[in-house]
Design a protein around this ligand. Structure first.
Ligand code: ZN
Length: 271
């Protein structure tokens, strides 16, 4: 917070100077204000039976920029595309930066949905990875991400499977973290959903479109969802408009996984 230049205020201030000083103090106080802890409309009868609101989802991003320095600027300023942020940023060398406290709502997800969650920012922790959208992810960066994910999931009680990509929840707008992102490596540590069981042909009547919705994908734009699914589970950026037999086998394996249930997780552009 800026310190007002009190030493420049005359000792015997004029009415105009006092008005300016009061206006400045009012602006400063307003900029420091948070939501009131108690609503004056109600009688305050505090209960100890509560805890902080908690995230139930982690969203992985690629910055699609060229350097950590550039992204630290973007994530902390009112940039030309509107203000955005994330809780964390990880450099290609594995350096880890935190920009927003986990119990606050960062502006990383934007419009979209996952399962029943339609305001993903309010329910998630966002992690940006310094990546231009096409380069492979260095092992140092992924090792740092795995360490952070283990920490976040443990402290927040987030199931390890509740880790998704930005493209999964915003398939019509986003392709990050992209086809190069090593979801299989994450799955070795239990992060994200992955078809670990041997792939087999699904039974007659298996509905791949329904399976996508059960995973958490929106049903709004089927072609965009197929593209997001291919980015995540096949490492390809396809223009396919239909799901093929391999997609059906992957979806069947994802849903056949023990304990798999229909997920219940669920404005610059990213507000
Ligand atoms: Zn993103």
């Amino acid at each position: 917070m800026l310190v007002p230049p009190f030493r420049d205020v005359p000792t015997r201030s004029t009415p105009l100077a006092r008005l300016l000083l009061l206006s400045l103090l009012a602006v400063l106080l307003a900029s420091c204000a948070h939501a009131p802890p108690r609503n004056p409309l109600a009688q305050w009868v505090p209960s100890p039976n509560h805890n902080a609101r908690e995230a139930i989802l982690v969203v992985i991003h690629a910055t699609t920029q060229d350097s950590v320095e550039e992204s630290l600027e973007t994530l902390r300023t009112a940039n030309s595309g509107g203000p955005v942020s994330a809780h964390y940023l990880i450099g290609r060398d594995g350096a880890l930066y935190q920009l927003v406290a986990e119990d606050l709502r960062a502006w990383h997800a934007g419009p979209g949905a996952w399962g029943t969650i339609s305001d993903v920012n309010s329910a998630s922790i966002g992690i940006e990875l310094d990546n231009n959208g096409t380069d492979p992810y260095p092992s140092e960066q992924i090792d740092s991400l795995l360490k952070l994910l283990a920490d976040i999931c443990k402290r927040n009680g987030i199931p390890r499977e509740q880790v998704i990509g930005h493209s999964d929840m915003a398939p019509t707008r986003k392709t990050d973290p992209g086809a190069q992102f090593p979801w299989a490596r994450l799955a070795q540590e239990g992060f994200g959903r992955w078809p670990h069981v041997p792939l087999t042909d699904p039974p007659a009547g298996f509905d791949p479109a329904l399976a996508l919705r059960l995973l958490g994908y929106s049903s709004d734009d089927h072609a965009a969802v197929i593209r997001a699914f291919h980015l995540h589970y096949r490492g390809i950026d396809s223009q396919a408009a239909v799901l093929d037999d391999e997609d059906a086998r992957i979806l069947h394996a994802l849903l056949a996984k023990p304990g798999m249930q229909a997920t219940n997780v669920g404005d610059s552009q990213e507000k």
